[in-house]
Design a protein around this ligand. Sequence first.
Ligand code: BYC
Length: 315
Amino acid sequence: MDEAAKIEEFENRIASGEKIEPKDWMPEKYRKQLVRMMSQHAHSEVVGMLPEGNWITRAPSLRRKMALLAKVQDEAGHGLYIYCGAETLGLASRQELVGELLAGTAKYSNIFNYPTLSWADIGVIGWLVDGAAIVNQTALAKCSYGPYSRAMIRICKEENFHKKQGFEICVTLSRGTEKQKAMLQDAVDRWWPKTLMMFGPHDSDSPHSGALLKWGVKQFSNDELRQRWIDMTVPQALQMGLTLPDPDLKYNEQTEHWEIGPINWEEFYQVINGNGPCNRERLAARNKAFDDGAWVREAALAYAEKQRSKQKEAA
Ligand code: BYC
């Protein structure tokens, strides 16, 4: 079959809802887009452990500490599933991808380049950031690449727990003292505008959306998912007695959607290109973890080698 016929067959499979599996033929552009997106996603999960990990030792009760610890551990697991998924796309090893993260040449979510200043940030990250992740990832669970879609199904189940732990913290603070309410409002004021950016640039400025939508990797555009999340989240904020930091926010009775004011895209591009408030700190932490873990990797390799020799001897 020539290339054009292969592409036609590939696109027909996607159109009929079939999953593309690692050994199936796929256009090189599809493979590259998936490696780009899945590696950025895996890096985001791993870097995403850092802002929350900052509060594990300062959680206000044992129950809160256990829930936060479990959430942060889940995120390490999500990173692993997605790196494994990316490895099915013909990479020599995930080390290729991790190397790019450590060198500072890979992207990861804008949202993790901001500091977590108070305990309320942990609640708000769970509610807003994990809430946004669920909207995005529920759509990705239906994506055309089998290993990515299957990883997303499991990840979404865990993300639901993450969102609930955050939402519960927010509800508790919203019913607390004046000081607790103010702490929650301050966290919402800081995280709301950054969470809006997580969905990526507007569709008109999104260079990858065309190919990703055509090939069923994305099921919905950046703006569609952002709107879905806004419509879901604004009523929750109002119910908690919070205000959202957007003077233009209003409900449009005709479209039945909440409308927002402009997003600060200049800040977004600064942050995703390495110049956010915590980018350097995050990369330094990942590099330190990688260096500190060298002995563990060496020990695991030595153990695996020993097991192999034993099995050979026994055979
Ligand atoms: N942050 O053409 P576009 C989580 C980049 S984990 C940074 O629209 P695309 C969680 C984009 O990469 C959250 N960069 O891209 C974890 C591209 O740059 P390059 C992570 C962004 O791929 C732990 C350029 O802008 N989730 O929630 O069509 C604890 C143009 O954009 C961002 C995922 O990764 C951003 N927000 O759409 C708690 C989900 N947005 O590559 C929570 C999987 C855009 O040309 N990824 N860029 O240099 C996706 O769904 C899509 O990749 C995106 C972007 C919607 C993010």
